[in-house]
Design a protein around this ligand. Structure first.
Ligand SMILES: NC(=O)c1ccc[n+]([C@@H]2O[C@H](COP(=O)([O-])OP(=O)(O)OC[C@H]3O[C@@H](n4cnc5c(N)ncnc54)[C@H](OP(=O)(O)O)[C@@H]3O)[C@@H](O)[C@H]2O)c1
Length: 376
């Protein structure tokens, strides 16, 4: 296992951090944990050198922290740092922050949390949490030894990331990043900004929730033609480790074989491990994924709201994602929601208001019908 120094904190963290959000195939919506199996997976990772675990109050119907707590009995707690997250939707005031932290400590069976994150923080929430005293809460909890580091995880646009990052003395930040997300959310710009400030960055969704582990044919052909043979998973993780600004790459694993494979990968993946030819391969892979795009919708939503409430941008986004990553439409969370809320293309009456507003001049009516029939 390679260990990396976490920026200004100086903490030595394993490059592979175990994500505790996906035990038992939670990626496909099943959040029932096989507790014994999850405990064995966590201990397998720690025995293999992982010293960073990531969980959250809400994961797996609020049971992930409990299982992590059980896995860390028998001396395992002393071998790891724990990152967990404050569920922002449940916070009303200082008292609720204290109560939530106390509950998390109890579930995790520990007297302190190493990395305490505001979960999926956005700019509006940050302003309201400042107003109810979140910064003072963090400082007090650090002083009392209940948390070691104050952090946030983020899924919003870069501008908001920059604002939040510059607005407070954060100890660490967790962002979604992988070779398809260079310009998405915090993106490469956000990673570099945190790096310049010495703020360690923990990466989530390095495999886009597993989607980058199953290469479609045109992508696999590129991997196969490269002189060095590596799995899609190894390429994705090595690409991330190549960045010196990355401290920890989280990976959620459901099977012992996945843990074993990742332990092997993170044994050699380190900053600067990709040469120019390898970086070009990943650039070609990225392009090969993008070539699978079904429609050049940028998601600007100028076409919305639709008078008949069709979620035009949502349908096109699902259509593109399902084509890019060969995923099952029935498992697409966004698409399921669109169907449940009756915002599907079957509500379209062909009025054309959307086409008049589309800056890309897309033939929306025709493409909506095609997308809807292909998405079943
Ligand atoms: N703070 C937040 O808002 C937030 C959001 C998302 C994630 N997270 C955290 O970040 C962690 C990592 O994110 P993620 O779980 O989405 O990570 P990820 O690495 O992008 O995807 C995890 C999935 O990758 C697949 N996988 C992992 N290792 C593999 C291997 N060696 N071979 C083949 N497939 C492999 C598995 O897919 P299959 O299930 O298909 O086998 C697994 O479920 C989470 O567990 C969670 O702790 C936080």
């Amino acid at each position: 296992m390679k260990y990396r120094t976490m920026g200004k904190l100086g903490v030595q963290a394993s490059a592979f951090g175990l994500g505790c959000m996906r035990f038992n195939g939670a990626a496909s919506g099943d959040s029932t944990i096989d507790e014994q199996k999850a405990i064995a997976l966590i201990r397998q990772a720690i025995d293999g050198g992982v010293n960073y675990l990531d969980t959250a109050y809400v994961y797996l119907d609020k049971t992930s922290e409990i299982v992590v707590g059980k896995a860390l009995r028998d001396g395992y707690r002393d071998k790891v740092t724990i990152a967990t997250k404050m569920p922002l939707g449940a916070v009303k005031d200082r008292a609720s922050m204290e109560a939530l932290l106390a509950e998390e400590l109890k579930k995790l069976q520990t007297d302190h949390i190493d990395f305490y994150l505001m979960h999926g923080l956005n700019r509006k929430e940050w302003e309201s949490f400042k107003a109810i005293g979140a910064p003072a809460f963090f400082d007090d909890m650090k002083r009392e030894g209940k948390i070691r580091f104050k952090c946030f995880s983020f899924h919003g646009p870069y501008e908001d990331f920059e604002y939040i990052l510059n607005d407070y003395d954060w100890d660490m930040v967790q962002i979604q990043y992988n070779f398809m997300d260079i310009d998405h959310q915090a993106g490469e710009k956000g990673l570099k900004l945190a790096g310049e400030k010495g703020i360690p960055v923990v990466i989530m969704e390095g495999l886009l929730g597993g989607r980058l582990s199953r290469a479609p044919e045109n992508v696999q052909a590129l991997y196969d033609a490269f002189p060095v043979r590596r799995s899609a998973v190894e390429w994705a993780f090595r690409w991330l480790c190549n960045y010196p600004e990355v401290s920890v790459v989280l990976s959620g694993c459901n099977e012992p074989e996945q843990i074993a494979e990742n332990l092997r990968i993170f044994d050699s993946a380190e900053a600067g491990c990709m040469d120019a030819q390898e970086l070009q391969l990943i650039e070609n892979v990225r392009q090969a994924y993008l070539d699978r795009t079904r429609i050049g919708c940028t998601g600007c939503k100028y076409c919305m709201p639709c008078p008949n409430e069709v979620n035009i941008a949502g349908i096109f986004s699902a259509w593109n994602n399902i084509s890019l990553y060969c995923t099952d439409p029935a498992q697409d969370w966004g698409l399921r929601r669109i169907k449940e809320q009756a915002h599907g293309a079957d509500q379209c009456v062909g009025c054309g208001a959307c086409e008049a507003a589309c800056p890309q001049n897309l033939p929306i009516i025709e493409k909506l019908a095609q997308a809807w029939s292909e998405l079943g």
